[in-house]
Design a protein around this ligand. Structure first.
Ligand code: BDR
Ligand code: CA
Length: 313
């Protein structure tokens, strides 16, 4: 499988990169950095440090993309600690970002291999919206686009109605859903249903005592502590990593449905909300007809086993 990951690298984004880099049969061909979780340059450093931790320094190019959403004002949320890595204090990676802009790298790489490359978009969709606006043919040239974003029930993680990635740049998300890509969406709703590891699962990962399980333990420290404060128990959710797992091994998807997806760009209360209609009701919006497949459920045990294998390497 040939893969590109677009990421606002912090916390869970890193584990998705690791899963892609450490699963046999997957070639992570490029990483593109988008505005989102924390300071933009810090996100690039986090991606480079993750590549180094995987032992692939110099082998996975990292491209810098859009530093801001298309229209929205956005200050990084620092949900994963100020560095996005739970203060893991990782050594500065030897590899440096490429000179080419991420948007141009995406276009060049996708157009050079029509029908061969799949992409995981696990950040706000600014880079992809710019790329498909500059070169609309990438929508059909990309084999498949796996998007982490939105909610399937309107219960968001940033506002009551909106999930983070679509909330940060709803205009970009709306452009991407209109562009004609072959899209599967892994929502925040799915994250809550299938991506959480409980204390026993986390203990099993920690007990691997490999360099990658140690990396995981350090970088997931803040979300674990936040969960303990909020819910009284240690858990960790993995929205981006589950999206990557579904892309790598779609057999872990237990249920999915076709849908018509539109993103609210104007609402005072609902900005960033994802309307995910059953496809047959989408006839009112013909230009969006069947523009996505929504994952409704995934196998948490199989997902965990994929990460356990990856971190054992
Ligand atoms: C998304 O927001 C980010 O904080 C995570 O990396 C994930 O991509 C979840 O809403
Ligand atoms: Ca992310």
């Amino acid at each position: 499988m040939r893969l590109i990951i677009d990421t606002d690298t912090a916390g869970d984004d890193c584990f998705s990169l690791l899963l892609a880099m450490k699963t046999p049969g997957v070639t992570l061909e490029a990483v593109t950095i988008c505005n989102g979780n924390v300071d933009f340059d810090q996100q690039a450093e986090n991606a480079l440090a993750t590549i180094e931790a995987a032992g692939l320094s110099g082998q996975v190019p990292v491209y810098l993309g859009a530093r801001k959403p298309l229209l929205a004002e956005w200050e990084p949320a620092q949900m994963h600690g100020a560095d996005g890595m739970s203060g893991a204090n990782l050594p500065r990676a030897r590899q440096r970002p490429e000179d080419q802009h991420a948007v141009d790298a995406l276009i060049e790489r996708i157009m050079a291999a029509p029908g061969e490359i799949e992409m995981i978009a696990q950040a706000p969709l600014t880079n992809l919206a710019l790329a498909v606006t500059k070169e609309p043919r990438i929508a059909k040239a990309l084999k498949h686009l796996w998007i982490m974003g939105g909610t399937d029930n309107s219960v968001g993680n940033v506002t009551p109605c909106a999930e983070f990635n679509f909330y940060v740049d709803p205009e970009a998300a709306e452009i991407v859903f209109r562009a004609g890509f072959d899209i599967t969406v892994s929502t925040w709703t799915l994250t809550m249903r299938a991506s959480t590891f409980d204390a026993d699962q986390l203990a099993r990962l920690d007990a691997l005592e490999t360099p990658l399980s140690e990396f995981y333990r350090k970088v997931s420290d803040t979300p674990r502590k936040v969960a303990l404060e909020r819910y009284g128990r240690v858990i960790c959710t993995h929205p981006d990593t589950l999206t990557c797992a579904c892309a790598i091994d779609p057999s872990i998807i237990r249920a999915a449905r076709p849908a018509v997806v539109r993103i609210e760009t104007a609402g005072k209360i609902t900005r960033g909300f994802s309307a995910m209609h059953p496809a047959k009701l989408g006839a009112r919006w013909p230009e969006y007809h069947d523009n996505a497949r929504i994952i409704e459920d995934a196998d948490n045990t199989a997902f965990f086993a994929m990460l356990e294998r990856a971190f054992s390497a």
